[in-house]
Write a protein that binds this ligand. Structure first.
Ligand SMILES: Nc1nc2c(c(=O)[nH]1)N[C@H]1C(S)=C(S)[C@@H](COP(=O)(O)O)O[C@H]1N2
Ligand SMILES: [Mo]
Length: 551
């Protein structure tokens, strides 16, 4: 009997793994089981060196920008998910090859050992999911699904191996003359066996394709119908901004037509985190656990946190990976409890100097207690634009620390530990700036040639505008240079708060032809924006943006 080799094993492994991935997707949508491709990918993102992960993300973003795939954060997440499934399929093919090579030398049947091997891989996948997803992994459905489905995958692999090894059925029993009494397999015509194999593989391909399409289709449909199970009471609530005028609604300087919205709709806020899909936390069971150097460990529920006087702040959040003029920066209204107000109730001991704040996804950052004691704007936020944080943006609780990039602001937090020294946070351990103070940046959003204005003196003016941002330092000045000429001051719109970007506007006397516009800003402390070009890693991008326009 000739058993198929590793090449056929790779093909069978690949086909069976596509079906496994699709059915696992369905199991995630119906049972809430962990999805192994994402668990594996997210585990890789946590254990690989920071430089490798950063290179991977950078390459993804390059591709997204090159292919012009829309908002960077959304496209990069989709690319990440696709990549995760591809990696899973490739590993499935490799496992198939290894399995076929292994049972080739095994005199017993292949089904049992491969089913057992599959089950072992299922246990491995479960451990990865738990390591990555922590408390929010639904243990029972995940364990049941992963072990059973991987075992079935292994058994199928074994069955296919058996089926591919079986000689073609012969008509009637061999006669003495036919076989000459020798090994009956000698009578096989190799090409017949090959034909039979090919027929089987084609049928297997068809069957796995059907399962894949059906599983993925139903799974996607189910996930769409049960999007974001928002806490019931708020399901019908309106965003704050739809019921209230912005605090600067009457500001004298109007944004130039084409300037981005000053307040970002929450569903359009960029999302960046280390998860292929956002953790889903049950707000009713959730508790913020406070421990470490405290008089007594304690747990706070969401209602207990909401009982403190709420603080509302308009905040611009930026990712340290935001490239010059990039879209990983947005503004909304944050609501929560000031950490300064909360601290006295936590019983923090005198020897504590820092808080280690960790999240359900294994992300964490370290905050100096002094910062929280001095600055009432440091907050634990539970709402954005008047609604509970969405799943993507950290439900039920996240941290805000003024003037720092997003990498210092954990979402989905569930634990605060008082410690007696500074430690590196998640991205700091991976080679990013320890302080991560937001660098000043200014961006041209629009040269509004279709909205010429006139100042009465004759020559029409082109409204040019955009945003400038310098963390919590504010913006004191924005200047525009046309065709490398002298710097001219733009007008600043009164910002939503001292923590947000500032909308600027420059009405330029129209001249036909090709022109370049360059913008720069000065922060609220009088520090000019750094003009030298620096990449995002390790401390955030710097440099001036130049727009070329033909009028
Ligand atoms: N738990 C957790 N919090 C996190 C992250 C993460 O990966 N996990 N990423 C951080 C980074 S790098 C950024 S830029 C911000 C983005 O917040 P947003 O997705 O709400 O815009 O979340 C921060 N908080
Ligand atoms: Mo970030």
């Amino acid at each position: 009997m000739t058993r198929p080799g590793p090449a056929i094993g790779a093909l069978v492994g690949f086909l069976l793994t596509t079906a496994l991935a699709a059915l696992s997707f369905l199991a995630m949508a119906t049972l809430g089981a962990a999805f192994p491709p994402f668990a594996l990918f997210d585990a890789l993102a946590r254990v690989l060196p920071g430089s490798v992960v950063t290179f991977g993300i950078d390459t993804l973003v390059d591709l997204v920008l090159l292919a012009n795939l829309g908002p960077v954060a959304d496209a990069a997440k989709a690319a990440e998910q696709t990549l995760a499934v591809l990696v899973f399929l490739i590993l499935g093919a490799a496992a198939g090859a290894a399995a076929f090579a292994y049972v080739r030398r095994d005199p017993g049947g292949p089904v049992r050992p491969l089913a057992l091997g599959g089950a072992a891989l299922g246990v491995g996948a479960l451990l990865l999911a738990l390591a990555v997803g922590g408390p929010q992994v639904r243990l029972l459905p995940s364990a049941a699904w992963l072990i059973a489905s991987f075992a079935a995958w292994g058994a199928m692999l074994g069955w296919c191996n058996e089926r591919l090894a079986r000689p073609p059925a012969r008509r009637g029993a061999p006669t003495e003359d036919e076989g000459g009494g020798a090994d009956p397999h000698r009578v096989q015509v190799p090409s017949v066996e090959r034909l039979d194999r090919r027929r089987f593989l084609i049928r297997l391909g068809g069957a796995t394709a059907a399962v894949t399409v059906a599983g993925a289709g139903v799974g996607a449909w189910l996930r769409q119908t049960d999007e974001e199970p928002a806490p019931a009471a708020e399901a019908t609530a309106q965003p704050w901004s739809q019921q209230n005028p912005l605090p600067n609604a009457d500001a004298e300087v109007r944004p130039a037509p084409g300037t981005r919205p000053e307040l970002t709709p929450v569903d359009q806020h960029y999302r960046i985190d280390i998860n292929t899909i956002a953790p889903r936390v049950d707000g009713d069971d959730w508790r913020l656990r406070v421990g470490g150097l405290v008089d007594a460990p304690l747990e706070l529920s969401l209602d207990e946190l909401r009982a403190y006087p709420p603080v509302h702040q308009f905040v611009t959040l930026s990712c340290i990976s935001n490239r010059l003029g990039g879209d990983l920066i947005d503004t909304t209204r944050w609501t929560g409890v000031s950490l300064q107000r909360l601290l006295p109730d936590l019983g923090i001991r005198d020897e504590a100097t820092h808080l280690r704040i960790s999240s359900v996804d294994g992300f964490f950052e370290v905050l100096a207690l002094d910062t929280a004691r001095i600055d009432p704007r440091v907050m634990l936020a539970y709402a954005w634009d008047g609604l509970p944080l969405s799943q993507d943006h950290g439900y039920p609780l996240r941290v805000y620390v003024p003037d720092l990039y997003g990498m210092k602001q954990p979402k989905w937090i569930d634990r605060i530990e008082a410690i007696d020294g500074w430690e590196e946070g998640f991205w700091v351990e991976r080679g990013w700036d320890a302080e991560a103070r937001v660098r000043s940046t200014s961006v041209i959003d629009t040269v509004a040639t279709d909205a010429l204005t006139s100042d009465g003196s004759g020559s029409p003016r082109v409204p040019i505008g955009g945003i400038a941002h310098a963390g919590a330092r504010g913006i004191s000045r924005v200047e525009v240079s046309v065709d490398e000429g002298p710097w001219q001051e733009a007008r600043l719109r009164r910002p939503l708060s001292g923590l947000t970007w500032v909308v600027w506007r420059f009405d330029w006397a129209f001249q036909e032809g090709r022109h370049t516009f360059t913008v720069r800003c000065v922060d609220g402390n009088g520090e000019p924006q750094i003009e030298a070009r620096n990449p995002v890693r390790p401390s955030g991008a710097t440099g001036l943006l130049r727009e070329e326009v033909t009028l």
